[in-house]
Write a protein that binds this ligand. Structure first.
Ligand SMILES: [Zn+2]
Ligand SMILES: [Zn+2]
Length: 198
């Protein structure tokens, strides 16, 4: 489902059969009620065929697979061998997290501080201007913040933009209202740069 070689998720496309989508190609993420083992997210993604489709992603695939902490194989460039991914990448990811580096981060506007985060806290993504508007539900204060970030900030674990745009707006707690506000506020130039040093 997630391919660590290309950093892409595979979904079904009704026109082309398969679609290979980066995390920043997601448009909405919504936790499916009643799922627990595993928790499953419904994802709406922008497909290469020009349409948007829905797909399902488990919590593990969302948060851990990009770090190599799940099955699969990768090409070891040192030995030119395909090796199990979990040992190499997973061990490296664990080391970096242990050293205080975070695979993903965002700037929490209500708290006025950067915070580490995992993709399951993202719920709305809108591209524009070569960058992506990203709505995040803060794992610490539960409030919504909207950051404007590079595609790499989302797609490449441990790549954190040094500065992100922050929409200076406290969003509604309920998701549909926050979605409407997000669409109204984003790209309206009402954002300011904040440093992301954690
Ligand atoms: Zn498609
Ligand atoms: Zn917060």
């Amino acid at each position: 489902m997630y391919d660590p070689l290309t950093s892409r998720y595979t979904f079904a496309c009704p026109r082309r059969g398969e679609a290979h989508i980066t995390l920043s190609g997601f448009r909405t993420l919504e936790r499916l009620e009643g799922t627990a083992h595993p928790v499953v997210y419904r994802v709406r993604f922008a497909c290469g065929c020009g349409d948007e489709h829905d797909g399902l992603v488990s919590h593990d695939e969302l948060d851990w697979a990009p770090l190599g902490l799940e099955g699969g194989v990768f090409l070891n460039l040192m030995t030119s061998k395909v090796e199990p991914v979990a040992d190499e990448l997973g061990g490296l990811a664990a080391l970096r997290i242990g050293a205080g580096e975070w695979p993903w981060s965002f700037f929490c506007y209500p708290e006025e501080r950067p915070r580490p985060v995992f993709p399951s806290a993202f719920f709305l993504l809108t591209p524009g201007d070569g960058r992506v508007g990203l709505a995040v539900r803060c794992p610490a204060c539960r409030k919504t913040s909207v950051n404007v970030v590079s595609h790499e900030h989302i797609d490449v674990p441990f790549h954190n933009d040094r500065e992100v745009g922050v929409v200076e707006h406290v969003f509604a707690d309920d998701v549909p209202a926050a979605v409407e506000e997000f669409r109204a506020e984003l790209w309206s130039s009402a954002f300011d740069a904040r440093r992301l040093a954690l």
